[in-house]
Design a protein around this ligand. Structure first.
Ligand SMILES: [Zn+2]
Length: 325
């Protein structure tokens, strides 16, 4: 019987856990999603265990051979020992958990664990927009801003796996406080949360005569405001929304120039819910960076939008299995 090689990818997010069998070309063969349990980390580990067992059986029935399990998660991961170091506030108790050791009790497959921005960069390298280059940066723009750097074909991990927190690169020393402890990070301008917060500040400072009817709704109810509204107002050419989005793109552009100076990549791939299907963001950043920084380094960089789509997290998690050397 023909046996198809695949990997099992598991993407752990704050609201859902996506799991699936993904082939060597990045095509999802079978997948399931589960709600992320809110009760405790033990319930999350239960879901991971059930996922590994369920998909091992599914693969056997379908004639697929699983080569390994790749897990991506929000938070910081100690890659060497396969442990979440500090998670995200979106996932209950998601700290200091030896995920790989736990799952080894239930499967003999090789297991890889990394943070979801690193797995995004790996997926773009193995399956996506950065195939064919060994020097790339992946940036995920969603609730926060994550980064992963592949240099000369290797993912830069640092001392224990924490390298690549590119969203916490400061682009304005006098900028707003960031939850990382620093100030004026890319994330406070260009993440979904950052865009909403910067828009809220603008609303506070607007004269009441400048408030349109749609803005008045949020004036007394600012916590309801998200980046989704800001983008739709931007598209409707509302001046304060345009200022907010333009600032986000400018902050990201200066950050990207810093990254180019540091890593000399040839491709930078933008992904995540904030930029999905917004090709104009990649084009605008490509134009911005031409006039900033060293032309010898800037001139050879392509800014591209990820095409991995809604399954990017799952595909990214699975890609680790093909990346190991
Ligand atoms: Zn920060």
């Amino acid at each position: 019987m023909f046996v198809k090689e695949c990997s099992l990818g598991i993407d752990i997010g704050g609201t859902k856990i996506a799991a699936g069998l993904v082939d060597r070309s990045g095509h999802v063969l079978k997948q399931q999603t589960y709600s992320t349990p809110k009760e405790s980390k033990d319930r999350i580990l239960d879901v991971l265990r059930e996922t590994v067992i369920t998909f091992s059986n599914l693969a056997k029935e379908a004639g697929y051979n699983i080569n390994g399990v790749g897990i991506g998660t929000a938070g910081q991961v100690n890659y060497d020992i396969g442990r979440i170091i500090s998670g995200t506030s979106n996932i209950t108790d998601w700290n200091n958990i030896p995920i790989i050791d736990y799952l080894k009790q239930y499967t003999s497959l090789p297991i890889y664990l990394d943070n979801d921005a690193n797995t995004f960069a790996i997926a773009e390298y193995v399956f996506g927009e950065a195939r064919g280059t060994d020097n790339l940066i992946g940036l995920t723009l969603g609730t926060g801003v994550g980064g992963g750097v592949i240099s000369q074909g290797d993912l830069i991990r640092g001392e224990w796996g924490g390298a690549g927190e590119l969203g916490h690169m400061t682009v304005n020393m006098n900028g707003p406080d960031c939850n990382c402890g620093s100030k004026g990070c890319i994330e406070v301008y260009a993440s979904g949360t950052g865009i909403a917060n910067r828009m809220k500040e603008r609303l506070e400072n607007l004269e009441s005569t400048d408030l349109t009817e749609e803005l008045k709704v949020y004036q007394g109810n600012r916590n309801q405001l998200t980046s989704k509204e800001v983008f739709s107002w931007y598209e409707a050419e509302m001046p304060v929304a345009k200022e907010t989005i333009n600032l986000a793109i400018l902050a990201l552009s200066y950050g990207i120039v810093n990254m180019i100076h540091t890593f000399n990549p040839s491709v930078i791939v933008l992904g995540g819910g904030l930029v999905r299907e917004r090709e104009w963001i990649a084009t605008t950043i490509q134009e911005h960076i031409q006039h900033k920084g060293m032309s010898s380094l800037i001139g050879t960089v392509d800014i591209r939008l990820s095409k991995l789509g809604y399954d990017a997290g799952l595909i990214g998690a699975s890609s680790q299995v093909w990346f190991q050397k």
